[in-house]
Design a protein around this ligand. Structure first.
Ligand code: GDP
Ligand code: MG
Length: 442
C-alpha cells in the first residue's frame, strides 16, 4: 500500500533532514520535489496545488525555519496537511434511529461491491450488530450466487427473491429483515462496466423506495484518477454519503485516496485491503497520512494487535520500543503474535521504520521464512536473545546447527535485527520520537 509514494517521500524527507538549518530555498526545493512526487502518484493536479500552497504558507516563515528542528516542523506541517486532504478525521457510518438501518452499496461492476458487502457485514457483526445481506444484482447470472457463497462462508444470511425486480428485492428484504430482527440490511446492487442511465435509474429507485441511512460508493483504488471521475459521474445522478475504496493492497501510488475527498466532497469511510473477509478497515486520514509519510501506523497496529494480544502485552511492547529494549525475545513473541494476525508484511509496514527494514533487508517474511527465523531464535539461549552482541562465530555456528539452518541465515537475521534495533533507536532518539509521540500520544 502506497509503497512507491512512501519511498519517494522518504527520499524528499531525508534530504530535508540532512540539512541542519533550513533556508527558504531548501523548503522551496523540497516542495518542488514533493509536488512532482504527488503528480506522479496520480493525485489530482488541483489537489496537489492546494496541498503545496497550504504547506508553503505554513512552512515558509521565520518561526519554522529559525526553530531548533526546522526539518521536523516541515514534516509535521506536511503530515497535518496530508491528513486534511485525506478528509481530516474518520467518519462513521450513519445508522437509522429505528432499525433496521439500510446500507446501500453502489458502484461499477468489478469495483468490489459484493466482496465489500460481505466484509462490511463481518465488520458490523464484530461491532455487535446483527446484519444481513441482500442480493440485488440480478443481471449477472453468478452475482447472486457469489453473495450467497460469501454469506455461507461468513454465516451472514443473504436475502433474495426469485423473479422479482431489484427494487422489489430490496424492499421485500428490508421488510423481511425488520420482521426477523436484523438491525442492518446491506444491499449489494448491480453495477455495469460503465456508467449508464438505466443502472442509475434503478439505483435511484431503490434508494427512494428503501431510504438507506447510508449510501456508499464502492470504487477501485487501483484505477487512480478514474476512480475519482467515476465518483463525480455517480454524483450527477445519485447522492451518496461516503466512499469505500477497494483494492488498496494493490495501489502503490495512492492517487485516488489522496484526491477523492477534496475533488468529490465525499469522505472515504472504509477501505478494503485484500480479498479476505477481514480485510476491511475504517479509513483514518491521520493514520493513512502517517503511513504514506513513512511514520508507521502504530495505532492501527496496536488495534490489530489487541485482538490477539492482551492490552498488557501491547503496552509492554510499546514501552520496550520506547526504552530501546526490544530484543530477540520480543521479536520472537511478536512474530508469533503477528502470525495470528495474518499478512505479516502488512503489519510490519505499520511499525515505524519496519516497512523499510523488511524491504531493505530483503526480509521476505513468508511463512516458511518465518518458521526458519523462529527456529533460529529458539536455538538461542535466553542470554543470547537478550543480548545479541555476545553472538560470536562459534555461538552462531551452534545456533545454525541447532535450528537446522545455515550460518549465513543466522548472520543475516542478526544483521537485520541489529538494523531494526538501530531504526527503532533512531526513532526514539534525536528527538524524532518526540515529534512522533506528539503525533501519536500513546
Ligand atoms: N486484491 C483485492 N481484490 C479485491 C478487493 N476487493 C475486491 N477484490 C476482488 O475484485 C474482484 C471483483 O470484486 P466483486 O466484489 O465481485 O466486485 P463487484 O462486481 O463490484 O461486486 C473480485 O475478484 C474480488 O476478489 C481488495 O480489496 N483487494
Ligand atoms: Mg457484485
Amino acid at each position: 500500500m502506497f509503497d512507491t509514494l512512501n519511498d519517494r517521500i522518504q527520499a524528499v524527507f531525508s534530504k530535508l533532514k540532512g540539512r541542519g538549518k533550513l533556508t527558504e530555498k531548501d523548503v522551496e526545493a523540497a516542495l518542488k520535489e514533493l509536488r512532482l512526487v504527488l503528480l506522479e502518484a496520480d493525485v489530482n493536479y488541483k489537489v496537489v496545488k492546494m496541498f503545496i500552497d497550504h504547506v508553503r504558507q505554513k512552512a515558509i516563515g521565520e518561526e519554522v525555519i529559525k526553530s531548533v528542528t526546522p526539518a521536523q516542523q516541515v514534516v509535521k506541517i506536511i503530515y497535518d496537511e496530508m491528513t486534511e486532504i485525506l478528509g481530516g478525521s474518520s467518519r462513521s457510518l450513519n445508522f437509522a434511529t429505528h432499525p433496521p438501518s439500510v446500507i446501500m452499496l453502489v458502484g461499477l461492476q468489478g469495483s468490489g461491491k459484493t466482496t465489500a458487502a460481505a466484509k462490511l457485514a463481518v465488520m458490523l457483526r464484530h461491532q455487535g450488530r446483527n446484519p444481513c445481506l441482500v442480493a440485488a444484482d440480478i443481471y449477472r447470472p453468478a452475482a447472486v450466487e457469489q453473495l450467497q457463497i460469501l454469506g455461507e462462508k461468513t454465516g451472514v444470511p443473504v436475502s433474495y427473491f426469485k423473479h422479482k425486480s431489484a427494487v422489489e428485492i430490496c424492499s421485500l428484504s428490508v421488510e423481511w429483515a425488520s420482521r426477523t430482527g436484523y438491525d442492518v440490511v446491506i444491499l449489494d446492487t448491480a453495477g455495469r462496466l460503465h456508467i449508464d442511465e438505466e443502472m442509475m435509474q434503478e439505483l435511484v429507485e431503490i434508494k427512494e423506495r428503501v431510504n438507506p441511512s447510508e449510501t456508499l460508493l464502492v470504487v477501485d483504488a487501483m484505477t487512480g484518477q478514474e476512480a475519482v471521475n467515476v465518483a463525480l459521474a455517480f454524483l450527477e445522478s445519485i447522492e451518496f454519503d461516503g466512499i469505500i475504496l477497494t483494492k488498496m493492497d494493490g495501489d502503490a501510488r495512492g492517487g485516488a485516496a489522496l484526491s477523492m475527498k477534496t475533488v468529490t466532497g465525499r469522505p472515504i469511510k472504509l477501505v478494503s485491503i485484500g480479498e479476505k473477509m477481514e480485510d476491511m478497515e475504517i479509513f483514518h486520514p491521520d493514520r493513512v497520512a502517517s503511513r504514506i509519510l513513512g511514520m508507521g501506523d502504530v495505532i492501527t497496529l496496536v488495534e490489530k494487535a489487541e485482538k490477539t494480544m492482551t492490552e498488557e502485552r501491547a503496552r509492554k511492547l510499546e514501552e520496550k520500543i520506547r526504552k530501546q529494549k526490544f530484543d530477540f525475545e520480543d521479536f520472537l513473541e511478536q512474530m508469533q503474535q503477528l502470525k495470528k494476525m495474518g499478512g505479516l508484511a502488512r503489519v510490519l509496514e505499520m511499525i515505524p521504520g519496519m516497512g523499510n527494514i523488511s524491504k531493505m533487508g530483503g526480509m521476505d517474511l513468508d511463512d516458511r521464512r518465518m518458521k526458519r527465523i523462529e527456529a533460529i531464535i529458539q536455538s538461542m539461549t535466553p542470554e543470547e536473545r537478550k543480548n545479541p552482541s555476545i553472538l560470536n562465530a562459534s555461538r552462531r555456528r551452534r545456533i545454525a546447527k541447532g535450528s537446522g539452518t545455515t550460518t549465513q541465515e543466522v548472520n543475516q537475521l542478526i544483521k537485520q535485527f541489529a538494523h531494526m534495533q538501530k531504526m527503532l533507536k533512531a526513532f526514539s532518539g534525536r528527538g524524532s520520537f518526540g515529534a512522533f509521540k506528539r503525533l501519536f500520544p500513546f
